[in-house]
Ligand binder design. Structure first.
Ligand code: 13P
Length: 254
């Protein structure tokens, strides 16, 4: 059985107190209401990481992650945060390749390959995001785009390294728009991704890779999406900022 994960991406939201309060609610609700084997990951801004890890202590259902990490080990990169620093807070995951970072910060597949290496070398599990823009879907190049993102971003990894990676399919046109991919559209891409993994690493590793869907996922549509055989959970933006909504999404797997 593949690991089922519901991950929240707070993006650049929540001041310090708000973040602690939201996370405390998530931990308590997860303890009381999440009864399945699904795992919850909260990816917060850097400022919260250490405190969230402390709050999650003793709760095996909830982990903490960051939303970015620098590709270098350390050094003169004013304002940046290294994978090693993130790991030292006790955080376990890091989102890499989010479309907002690709779009607003010019992150390329080549750069993301380096970030992935550095994250893994420092004990973090990457949640590696891929997905096409609306224009790419409309011009029917979405499969090629996703294939290239995989090949250039993560397919240089060894089998052992790749086994640490969680993938997230996030169609850019569905992020923050209220327009979600239909469960059939998402399933189609997840099958495609799994086939590409199988071609590169073999069926066994493909079958054990967790592939999340992200993009306007909410408590109403999560059941339909997560009910698809190749969708192993979600990467949740807006709805992860409300504990009730986020936990209701996670409870889809109860
Ligand atoms: P929304 O759930 O707000 O559409 O955001 C999805 C996302 O980008 C998660 O990384």
């Amino acid at each position: 059985m593949r690991k089922k994960i519901v991950a929240g991406n707070w993006k650049m939201n929540m001041d310090y107190e708000q973040g602690l309060s939201l996370f405390s609610e998530v931990v308590n609700m997860a303890h009381d209401e999440v009864t399945g084997k699904q795992h919850i990951v909260v990816c917060s801004p850097f400022i919260h990481l250490h405190s969230l890890v402390q709050l999650a202590k003793g709760n095996i259902k909830v982990s903490v992650g960051a939303q970015n990490a620098h590709q270098a080990e350390s050094g003169a990169y004013t304002g940046e945060t290294s994978a090693k620093m993130i790991h030292s807070t006790g955080a376990e995951y890091v989102i890499l390749g989010h479309s907002e970072r690709r779009q607003y910060f010019g992150e390329t597949n080549e750069l993301l390959a380096k970030k992935t290496d550095t994250a893994l070398a420092n004990g973090l599990k990457p949640i590696f995001c891929i997905g096409e823009t609306l224009q790419e879907r409309e011009t029917n190049v979405h499969f090629d785009v996703i294939k290239t993102q995989l090949e250039e971003g993560v397919f240089h990894l060894s089998e052992e390294q790749f086994g640490q990676v969680v993938l997230a399919y996030e169609p850019v046109w569905a992020i923050g728009t209220g327009v979600t991919a239909t469960s059939a559209q998402a399933q189609e891409i997840h099958v495609f991704i799994r086939k590409e993994i199988a071609k590169k690493y073999g069926q066994e590793l493909a079958d054990s890779t967790t592939i999340l869907y992200g993009g306007s996922c909410n408590a109403k549509n999560a059941g339909d999406l997560f009910g698809q055989p190749d969708i192993d959970g979600g990467l949740i933006g807006g709805a992860s900022l409300k504990s009730r909504d986020f936990i209701d999404i996670a409870k889809t797997f109860n």
